[in-house]
Design a protein around this ligand. Sequence first.
Ligand code: NAD
Ligand code: UGA
Length: 473
Amino acid sequence: RRKKMVKICCIGAGYVGGPTMAVIALKCPSIEVVVVDISVPRITAWNSEQLPIYEPGLDEVVEQCRGKNLFFSTNVEKHVSEADIIFVSVNTPTKTLGLGAGKAADLTYWESAARMIADVSKSDKIVVEKSTVPVKTAEAIERILTHNSKGIKFQILSNPEFLAEGTAVWDLFNPDRVLIGGRETPDGQKAIQALKKVYANWVPEERILTTNLWSAELSKLAANALLAQRISSINAMSALCEATGADVSQVSHAVGKDSRIGPKFLNASVGFGGSCFQKDILNLVYICECNGLAEVADYWKQVIKVNDYQKNRFVNRIVSSMFNTVSGKKIGVLGFAFKKDTGDTRETPAIDVCKGLLGDMARLSIYDPQVTDDQIQKDLTMNKFDWDHPVHLQPMSPIDIKQVSVVWDAYEAAKDAHGLCILTEWDEFKILDYQRIFDNMQKPAFVFDGCNVVNVGELREIGFIVYSIGKPM
Ligand code: NAD
Ligand code: UGA
């Protein structure tokens, strides 16, 4: 008798759900994978030639399995009810209202997914937390799932995702580790083994770690907190480098040679962005506060404060270098995404830097190879959520969107500009013809490099005045 095909359903077709499920489908031809979402445009895009997210290598993976064992659908209930394993990969943003506003994770989407699972299920299910959630969420989810379970057994697992955007496909093919947490009961252990079997199709066994539920949930928050803390640490050093004549790249290189410290994640920048680092640290801070651990909460809060400081410092440097005013001056902005190889702008430092410059009445001409005009206009006109004072949305500063133009070429962005600001480390910015850019700019021509992509010596040779984070002036 042929064994029944395992069915996986993933709720949430976003930056995590889409790529992770595409890779599972590719690596496990005998498993049927359906990704469902309430957003019709998102699902339509996943079923089209133009996927909703830009990720190197993703098109090829989707093309190989879509329509065979990988499907995208808005028929959420049908596919949830048919699945053996349900991943929940919905968004878990920071709460902006009510208890814990500004810090706590908003689990509205998660809870509504859990209630729907409980309502439509007719057979036993393994429910996998893929979203990043506060430690102890599984307990709440378990109660929601079982409150009207009609005798159906649910096992809940925590399987946090560690992929980074821009390298998602590579990270999924070659994960440093896969983490699976579950209940320490025989049924919990059986569920862990079932999920482990899925990953074992391509991940070496020794890289699949199994823990209890709470360790898995907390490890995800801990990993992001430690990664972000490294960036804030080197960014704090960058300010000291500028004050003393040390060069932060040399310092990073020297300290990274210590095998206990290691070389990765020590690039000074205008600040970290992305949808998760700040959100997850705030979430951690909130959990610490709820557990009466004020000192621990303050320690992690400082990582975000340094990040805000770094962005402000960069804007102040631009304005003060340009004779204390950028009013009416054109500034070219290269890069808007929060890192290279993605079109994602969530929490990108470019938003804060651009708003700072617009607040000083600069005119901006922005170029990013993957971010659309619409997205940039939306990001710059949206009220900023102030995590430290969540009750007040920061009032809209008088940003005049007419002061912003979005162009499709770096040279166009720089033309007739007084200054050029580099905010994303796209490879193409390393190989621009800076002589040509210089020739077409107002003089003196300034370059402000927020991600250490330019060769400072060469640009100074051309005649630019260059400010690069953490480098001697
Ligand atoms: P996203 O916003 O791109 O995608 C979430 C999707 O869930 C959206 O398309 C939304 O429409 C859908 N959704 C919400 N509620 C739903 C419901 N009830 N039923 C069906 N669909 C629903 O978010 P993302 O970036 O993929 O992140 C998802 C989670 O993964 C978050 O918890 C995040 O912290 C975590 N995470 C993200 C990354 C990353 O690189 N972006 C990496 C690791 C972990
Ligand atoms: C990060 C983590 O790296 C992933 O492991 C995690 O799964 C993910 O968050 C998540 O939970 O969402 P991501 O935000 O996609 O991934 O990208 P990163 O490469 O971590 O970069 C984040 C930000 O830090 C970017 O703005 C980047 O420019 C900045 N950064 C990174 C630095 O400023 N310096 C560095 O040395 C490295």
